[in-house]
Design a protein around this ligand. Structure first.
Ligand code: NIG
Ligand code: FE
Length: 412
């Protein structure tokens, strides 16, 4: 099918084909054409330009003609870090935190991840699939067309496999492009509290071979954090994953300087995520790597952590991605426009930096940068058409207002 968008107020996010991610001062640039047209052919962006280069008589020859008068057309969001397969919400812990009990204490008492795991173990694959599918539809309407989803609320072999099979079914049935991340190393189940090595052995010797055998994961993850998996334990797991060709995308430095960034880089992680705790050493380590730092400001917002030092990282020349962390404990929302708002108001990123971090750099954080994430001929037409809004900066500015009119996944 051939479609044309015309009278586009601003076509935003134009990028060279060979540019895989944007780093440092490049992140502030968002190339655009005012008063533009764009043609989609067979799921992909074919061509685009300024309205004065379009022969208006040709418009009616397209199967789908979209008059985008007053609207902005931009790349859709790439949400590279979520946990959106889960059995139940956790608003009672939210209330506990309001009353002053910290996240880590709730977790120590069997709440948090262990609470989610207990419920997920009792929930059928079909029910998990249906609720996750609903969440996927919701985030798509909010502008996300490519997404990563983790396991990690199973914590037994059967329940981890169940989660990953749910993700596989989502891949088969959803229009979104999905990457699966194996996160059995999310927390130690109660019965392994005194014997961490036994749980690590279970992951390495029992879970991993089955996950690999069924081809259920694209990546491997670990929650590298004090009280969860320390740097050595994380190393052991990432090394085992590498034997099955699983690249890491890991949780690092959310609550403490855990050494997670260094471990991730050592094992050639695609991304290290969270990064509330980042100093000079961590920045230098990332600068000398291909690993992208992914910031999750809505998790910091929701559990009241200090925000990630985005300014320091970008000013040092780093590329950063933004993601939602959509999960029932620390970020019960997958709304990437809101993530952009937080990036601007709390992380002091400019709207251009925030949009680049959610689009091309988010694609890089899922190794999709050659297929999507920018307005580039030959890439998939994963696009957001906004409502009639005054400017791009209006999206993060008008937080909670839905600025999105239509979302196109591969041109549809
Ligand atoms: O990314 N930090 C670790 N894991 C999740 C949240 C886990 C939970 O509380 O359910 C996160 O924030
Ligand atoms: Fe997470």
């Amino acid at each position: 099918m051939k479609s044309i968008f015309y009278n586009i107020k601003s076509l935003v996010g134009i990028l060279d084909r060979n540019k895989e991610k944007l780093a440092g001062s490049e992140m502030a640039k968002l190339e655009s054409i005012e008063n533009a047209w764009l043609v989609v052919n067979n799921q992909k962006i074919e061509s685009f330009g300024s309205m004065d280069t379009l022969d208006l008589d040709t418009i009616t020859t397209y199967e789908l003609q979209i008059d985008a008068d007053g609207k902005i057309l931009m790349p859709a969001y790439n949400d590279s870090h979520t946990h959106l397969v889960y059995a139940a919400s956790r608003e009672s812990e939210f209330v506990d935190r309001i009353k002053g009990i910290p996240y880590e204490e709730i977790a120590r008492k069997g709440g948090g991840i262990l609470n989610s795991a207990k419920k997920l173990q009792l929930t059928s694959e079909q029910e998990l699939y249906e609720t996750a599918f609903y969440r996927l539809e919701q985030v798509r309407s909010q502008g996300t067309t490519n997404i990563e989803i983790k396991s990690g609320y199973g914590l037994t072999t059967e329940a981890e496999l169940k989660m990953l099979r749910v993700i596989r079914k989502l891949k088969e049935t959803s229009s979104l492009t999905i990457k699966a991340n194996f996160l059995a190393a999310h927390a130690y189940p109660i019965e392994y509290k005194q014997n961490h090595q036994a749980y690590i052995n279970l992951i390495i010797n029992e879970m991993l071979p089955r996950v690999a055998d069924e081809g259920l994961a694209d990546y491997i993850d670990a929650f590298c954090e004090d009280g969860f998996f320390n740097a050595d334990e994380t190393s052991e797991i990432l090394e085992a994953g590498a034997k099955y060709g699983l690249k890491p995308k890991i949780h690092a430095n959310q609550l403490h300087y855990s050494g997670g960034i260094q471990v991730g880089v050592k094992y050639n992680a695609v991304s290290v995520d969270h990064l509330e705790c980042v100093g000079e050493e961590e920045i230098t380590c990332l600068l000398n790597s291909n690993t992208i730092g992914t910031l999750l400001p809505s998790a910091a917002f929701f559990i009241n952590l200090p925000y990630q030092p985005a300014r320091k990282m970008i000013d040092a020349g780093l590329a950063i991605a933004l993601a939602s962390d959509y999960n029932p404990g620390t970020s019960p929302s997958g709304n990437m426009s809101f993530v952009c708002s937080l990036a601007c108001t709390q992380l002091k990123m400019t709207p251009e930096e925030a949009i680049n971090a959610c689009t091309i750099n988010g694609a890089y954080a899922m190794e999709l940068q050659n297929e999507t994430g920018s307005i580039t001929a030959g890439k998939y037409a994963d696009l957001i058409l906004t409502k009639k809004i005054p400017s791009l900066a209006y999206i993060p500015y008008a937080f909670t207002e839905n600025c999105i009119d239509q979302v196109f996944v591969k041109g549809h």
